[in-house]
Ligand binder design. Structure first.
Ligand code: GDD
Ligand code: GTP
Length: 418
């Protein structure tokens, strides 16, 4: 029997995502029409013998999460549960804290997935390789290639070219180590709880006195405290993939790739140009309840959410239009996210700047630019309109972030509108 643990983290500080994560936990944000972690659960559900998915995080339980869990449970016929950490326990502290729940029913193996990644996860191949590895194995790490420069932002893995045993692991190194990077997707044998217990006990010894200013004694970092010591002990292996994988730093980039994956996995989810239907260019997902005028032109890489309305002559490309949003006649939305229940007025133009990696570079990863330049200016990036915002007619919003519940009065460029 198998289980999957998804590390969903908790509320985070200011990012470009903020206007959107004010409304729902980031792992529930829809890309290509479905929550980020819906894609994870769907991938798990295809593995025979998968019995349970456990979400571990430090969000307060909330309606959105509960609703999501109920519907995922029904749809995928899997047990899905949320276990809440009392504080951030790091990427492995929660695994150890909830070990009894994870081990209940004696799973043979369990996957652990970071929530903030997307891709065509080769779970079945990882399982096959893990089963064939020596019996001493504790874990298999999914790895992909990055450029030398980009690898510095990830966990870097050096493995034996034949056996794929991990010989060396460095988390976000300062100088180049390897172009094989950790994808944040793992498969573990129950034996991994031994090194976890050792680290846990070591923390208790070192940090005996309770100090509220220190991180919890139960905080364990999987990468630094487990992977580094397990390297070169015959317990940790790498599985390399050349399938699509990316961090979800940028929703529109993730949206594009999940839409492309639909071409083979779910062609029925992609809209097609038909008579009396909107013109569709490239990959577009339109929720069945959305109303799109037949003169609208959508795509490439557009998602139109539940109950959204798109008027006459509207042009949308490289954008996500969230549930209940309304795009009035002849507006134009490019490289942007339009928040829940927001309205974009007639003839208005909303535009962001794409920051996608160069498509001609193999294995290119999205650059992690910060929201602000060193001079405190907003770096050009996608435009994000929060929920319940009204953008008037005949204005232009360029490279801006608009927080929820605003009624804008004019045009804006490179601004955060609070
Ligand atoms: N439950 C829980 N508790 N989850 C957490 C916590 C915590 O205290 N802290 C982080 N997470 C979750 C996040 O929500 C995310 O899904 C995942 O763990 C990893 O988050 P980070 O710790 O911020 O790491 P990172 O994304 O910078 O880097 C990790 O992922 C890269 C791949 O995307 C590392 O594993 C890298 O080695 C790896 O390359
Ligand atoms: P296509 O020819 O549509 O594939 O686009 P393009 O790549 O030639 O043009 P671009 O990316 O500059 O603009 C995207 C689309 O938005 C174009 O089709 C433009 O005609 C359309 N567009 C630009 N501004 C507006 C606008 O203010 N309103 C509307 N309705 N459409 C606009």
């Amino acid at each position: 029997m198998l289980k999957t643990i998804i590390l969903i983290g908790g509320p985070m500080k200011g990012t470009r995502f903020r206007p959107l994560s004010l409304e729902i936990p980031k792992p529930l944000f829809p890309v290509a029409g479905f929550s980020i972690i819906y894609h994870h659960i769907e991938a798990c559900s295809k593995i025979p013998d998968m019995k349970e998915v456990i979400l571990i995080g430090f969000y307060q339980p909330n309606d959105a999460l509960t609703k999501f869990i109920h519907s995922a449970q029904k749809e995928f016929k899997l047990q899905v549960r949320y276990l809440q950490e009392y504080t951030a326990l790091g990427t492995a502290g929660g695994l150890y804290h909830f070990r009894d729940q994870i081990l209940a029913g004696n799973p043979d193996f369990f996957f652990v997935m970071n929530a903030d990644v997307c891709g065509d996860f080769p779970l079945k191949n990882m399982l096959d390789q893990h089963k064939k590895s020596p019996a001493s194995i504790c874990g298999t790490i999914l790895c992909t290639e990055a450029t030398r420069q980009q690898s510095l932002n990830y966990g870097c893995v050096v493995d034996n070219k034949d056996s794929h045993e991990v010989l060396h692991y460095v988390e976000k190194p300062e100088t180049f180590v390897s172009t094989a990077i950790n994808c944040g997707i793992y498969l573990f044998s129950p034996g991994v709880f031994e090194p976890l217990q050792q680290i846990f006990k070591q923390h208790l010894q070192e940090n005996y006195n309770y100090d509220p200013n220190l991180p919890s004694k139960e905080m364990i970092r999987l990468e630094q405290e487990i992977f580094i010591p397990l390297a070169n002990t015959g317990k940790l292996y790498a599985h390399h993939t050349d399938r699509f994988w990316s961090q979800i730093k940028a929703a529109i980039y993730a949206n594009r790739h999940y839409l492309a994956i639909y071409r083979t996995s779910h062609p029925e989810r992609l809209a097609k140009s038909k008579e009396d239907c909107p013109t569709v260019r490239g990959d577009v997902y339109i929720h069945p309840t959305a109303q799109v005028h037949p003169t609208a032109v959508l795509g490439p890489n557009v998602t139109i959410g539940k109950h959204a309305t798109v008027g006459e002559g509207v042009r949308v490309r490289e954008s996500i239009i969230l549930e209940g949003a309304s795009l009035q006649d002849h507006c134009c939305v490019l490289h942007s996210v339009i928040g829940w229940n927001s309205t974009v007025g007639l003839w208005t133009r909303i535009e962001g700047t794409p920051n996608d990696p160069n498509p001609n570079k193999p294995f290119a990863k999205i650059e992690t630019t910060s929201t602000f330049t060193s001079e405190g200016k907003l770096n050009p990036s996608i435009t994000v309109i929060g929920s319940n915002v009204t953008v008037p007619s005949e204005v232009m919003i360029l490279n801006s972030i608009v927080l929820p519940d605003k009624a804008l009065s004019g045009s804006y460029k490179n601004q955060i509108i609070l």
